[in-house]
Design a protein around this ligand. Structure first.
Ligand code: HEM
Length: 130
Protein backbone atom coordinates (compact mmCIF):
# COMPACT_ATOMS: atom_id res chain seq x y z
CA UNK A 1 0.00 0.00 0.00
CA UNK A 2 2.79 2.39 1.02
CA UNK A 3 4.75 1.55 -2.18
CA UNK A 4 1.68 2.35 -4.26
CA UNK A 5 1.52 5.80 -2.73
CA UNK A 6 5.21 6.43 -3.50
CA UNK A 7 5.11 5.34 -7.16
CA UNK A 8 1.80 7.08 -7.93
CA UNK A 9 2.30 10.10 -10.18
CA UNK A 10 0.52 13.09 -8.73
CA UNK A 11 -0.14 16.34 -10.58
CA UNK A 12 2.03 19.16 -9.32
CA UNK A 13 2.45 22.78 -10.27
CA UNK A 14 5.35 24.65 -8.75
CA UNK A 15 4.97 27.66 -11.04
CA UNK A 16 3.50 29.87 -8.30
CA UNK A 17 2.59 32.92 -10.46
CA UNK A 18 0.28 30.73 -12.57
CA UNK A 19 -1.76 29.62 -9.54
CA UNK A 20 -4.96 31.64 -9.33
CA UNK A 21 -5.88 31.92 -5.66
CA UNK A 22 -9.57 32.06 -4.75
CA UNK A 23 -10.74 35.01 -2.61
CA UNK A 24 -10.52 33.10 0.71
CA UNK A 25 -6.89 32.27 -0.19
CA UNK A 26 -6.06 35.92 -0.87
CA UNK A 27 -7.79 36.87 2.41
CA UNK A 28 -5.72 34.26 4.24
CA UNK A 29 -2.41 35.56 2.88
CA UNK A 30 -3.29 39.17 3.71
CA UNK A 31 -4.32 38.05 7.21
CA UNK A 32 -0.89 36.49 7.73
CA UNK A 33 0.98 39.48 6.25
CA UNK A 34 -1.11 41.97 8.25
CA UNK A 35 -0.43 40.09 11.51
CA UNK A 36 3.31 40.15 10.84
CA UNK A 37 3.39 43.82 9.73
CA UNK A 38 1.34 45.01 12.72
CA UNK A 39 3.57 43.01 15.05
CA UNK A 40 6.77 44.45 13.53
CA UNK A 41 5.43 48.02 13.64
CA UNK A 42 4.15 47.83 17.22
CA UNK A 43 7.33 49.51 18.67
CA UNK A 44 6.94 52.41 16.21
CA UNK A 45 3.23 52.81 16.98
CA UNK A 46 3.90 52.72 20.73
CA UNK A 47 6.67 55.30 20.24
CA UNK A 48 4.16 57.56 18.45
CA UNK A 49 1.64 57.05 21.27
CA UNK A 50 4.23 57.79 23.94
CA UNK A 51 5.35 60.91 22.07
CA UNK A 52 1.77 62.13 21.80
CA UNK A 53 1.30 61.77 25.57
CA UNK A 54 4.68 62.75 27.05
CA UNK A 55 4.56 66.56 26.70
CA UNK A 56 3.12 69.40 24.63
CA UNK A 57 6.42 69.62 22.68
CA UNK A 58 6.58 65.91 21.76
CA UNK A 59 2.87 66.03 20.94
CA UNK A 60 3.60 68.83 18.45
CA UNK A 61 6.39 66.74 16.86
CA UNK A 62 4.11 63.68 16.52
CA UNK A 63 1.35 65.91 15.13
CA UNK A 64 3.78 67.26 12.54
CA UNK A 65 4.92 63.78 11.48
CA UNK A 66 1.40 62.34 11.35
CA UNK A 67 0.12 65.42 9.53
CA UNK A 68 2.32 64.82 6.48
CA UNK A 69 0.21 63.50 3.53
CA UNK A 70 2.61 60.58 2.98
CA UNK A 71 2.43 59.61 6.66
CA UNK A 72 -1.38 59.78 6.44
CA UNK A 73 -1.32 57.40 3.48
CA UNK A 74 0.93 54.98 5.37
CA UNK A 75 -1.31 55.20 8.45
CA UNK A 76 -4.39 54.62 6.28
CA UNK A 77 -2.71 51.46 4.96
CA UNK A 78 -1.94 50.40 8.53
CA UNK A 79 -5.53 51.02 9.61
CA UNK A 80 -6.68 48.82 6.71
CA UNK A 81 -4.21 46.06 7.63
CA UNK A 82 -5.49 46.11 11.20
CA UNK A 83 -9.16 46.23 10.16
CA UNK A 84 -8.55 43.37 7.74
CA UNK A 85 -6.73 41.34 10.41
CA UNK A 86 -9.51 42.06 12.91
CA UNK A 87 -12.43 41.16 10.55
CA UNK A 88 -10.63 38.14 9.06
CA UNK A 89 -9.71 37.06 12.61
CA UNK A 90 -13.40 37.07 13.59
CA UNK A 91 -14.11 35.02 10.42
CA UNK A 92 -11.44 32.49 11.40
CA UNK A 93 -12.84 32.25 14.92
CA UNK A 94 -16.29 31.52 13.39
CA UNK A 95 -14.72 28.88 11.12
CA UNK A 96 -13.05 27.36 14.21
CA UNK A 97 -16.59 27.03 15.62
CA UNK A 98 -17.58 25.29 12.33
CA UNK A 99 -19.80 28.20 11.30
CA UNK A 100 -19.84 28.92 7.54
CA UNK A 101 -17.40 26.22 6.49
CA UNK A 102 -19.16 25.21 3.25
CA UNK A 103 -17.64 26.64 0.06
CA UNK A 104 -20.42 29.11 -0.71
CA UNK A 105 -20.50 30.56 2.84
CA UNK A 106 -16.70 30.73 2.96
CA UNK A 107 -16.65 32.73 -0.28
CA UNK A 108 -19.43 35.02 0.93
CA UNK A 109 -17.76 35.65 4.30
CA UNK A 110 -14.48 36.54 2.48
CA UNK A 111 -16.34 39.18 0.48
CA UNK A 112 -17.97 40.48 3.68
CA UNK A 113 -14.53 40.74 5.36
CA UNK A 114 -13.13 42.80 2.46
CA UNK A 115 -16.22 45.04 2.28
CA UNK A 116 -16.45 45.64 6.05
CA UNK A 117 -12.70 46.18 6.56
CA UNK A 118 -12.53 48.72 3.71
CA UNK A 119 -15.66 50.52 4.96
CA UNK A 120 -14.26 50.67 8.53
CA UNK A 121 -10.91 51.91 7.19
CA UNK A 122 -12.59 54.77 5.33
CA UNK A 123 -14.72 55.73 8.35
CA UNK A 124 -11.81 55.59 10.84
CA UNK A 125 -9.44 57.29 8.37
CA UNK A 126 -11.91 60.12 7.83
CA UNK A 127 -12.46 60.53 11.59
CA UNK A 128 -8.85 60.20 12.77
CA UNK A 129 -6.59 61.32 9.92
CA UNK A 130 -8.58 64.07 8.18
C1 HEM B 1 -1.73 43.97 17.77
C2 HEM B 1 -2.66 43.27 17.17
C3 HEM B 1 -2.41 41.92 16.52
C4 HEM B 1 -1.24 41.35 16.06
C5 HEM B 1 0.16 41.91 16.08
C6 HEM B 1 -1.60 40.05 15.53
C7 HEM B 1 -0.71 39.17 14.96
C8 HEM B 1 -1.06 37.92 14.47
C9 HEM B 1 -0.15 37.02 13.81
C10 HEM B 1 1.31 37.28 13.53
C11 HEM B 1 -0.85 35.91 13.50
C12 HEM B 1 -0.32 34.65 12.80
C13 HEM B 1 -0.72 34.74 11.33
C14 HEM B 1 -0.24 33.55 10.55
O1 HEM B 1 0.94 33.24 10.60
O2 HEM B 1 -1.07 32.93 9.85
C15 HEM B 1 -2.20 36.09 13.95
C16 HEM B 1 -3.20 35.17 13.81
C17 HEM B 1 -4.50 35.37 14.22
N1 HEM B 1 -5.04 36.55 14.69
FE1 HEM B 1 -3.99 38.19 15.16
N2 HEM B 1 -2.96 39.87 15.69
C18 HEM B 1 -3.48 40.99 16.27
C19 HEM B 1 -4.79 41.23 16.58
C20 HEM B 1 -5.82 40.34 16.38
C21 HEM B 1 -7.19 40.62 16.69
C22 HEM B 1 -7.75 41.92 17.29
C23 HEM B 1 -7.88 39.51 16.38
C24 HEM B 1 -9.37 39.38 16.61
C25 HEM B 1 -10.22 39.13 15.72
C26 HEM B 1 -6.96 38.52 15.87
C27 HEM B 1 -7.27 37.26 15.43
C28 HEM B 1 -6.37 36.33 14.96
C29 HEM B 1 -6.70 34.95 14.64
C30 HEM B 1 -8.07 34.28 14.79
C31 HEM B 1 -5.53 34.35 14.17
C32 HEM B 1 -5.33 32.89 13.74
C33 HEM B 1 -5.77 32.72 12.29
C34 HEM B 1 -5.60 31.30 11.81
O3 HEM B 1 -6.30 30.43 12.32
O4 HEM B 1 -4.79 31.08 10.89
N3 HEM B 1 -5.71 39.09 15.88
N4 HEM B 1 -2.30 37.32 14.53
Amino acid sequence: MAEMAITKKRPKNLDLPTIRLPLPGILSIIHRISGAVIFLLLPFLLWLLQGSLASAETFAVVKGVVGHPLAKLVLLGLIWLYMHHFCAGIRYLMLDLHKGIDLESARLSSKVVFAVSIALTLIIGAKVLW
